[in-house]
Ligand binder design. Sequence first.
Ligand code: FES
Length: 137
Amino acid sequence: MTHRSTRRTVLLATGAATLAIGCSKYGDEDDSGSSPSVNASGGQELAKTSDIPVGGGRIFKDEKVVVTQPEKGEFKAFSAVCTHQGCTVSAVADGTINCPCHGSRFKVADGSVAKGPAPKPLAEQQIKVEGNSINLA
Ligand code: FES
């Protein structure tokens, strides 16, 4: 009995030390964020990396965010609000993010305008990729 308790305590202590090391790494890399622990808890997960097609993307209407994967393993996110008159973009196809209202198209790689009348690129959004999870930053 006493031996089991001791072992469990040692395991818990080791786990806590590992977590502490992980947390300090995140803190060092991202000292601009005010509450990085929110994302670490998984509360803001948008999608799994496997949900985003390579060379394409996926629109999250509720969050008004488009997540793209221009190259394998490279993820980007942009506002889903068209810079022309504010419609929500509706499709990602053939390398562009498309607005249904007046036909504007934006490149999946950087959100820049591929076809007007939109005057400006889609605004870039911050995301964090942790393992196979994509989170809003
Ligand atoms: S609102 Fe998107 S093209 Fe006009």
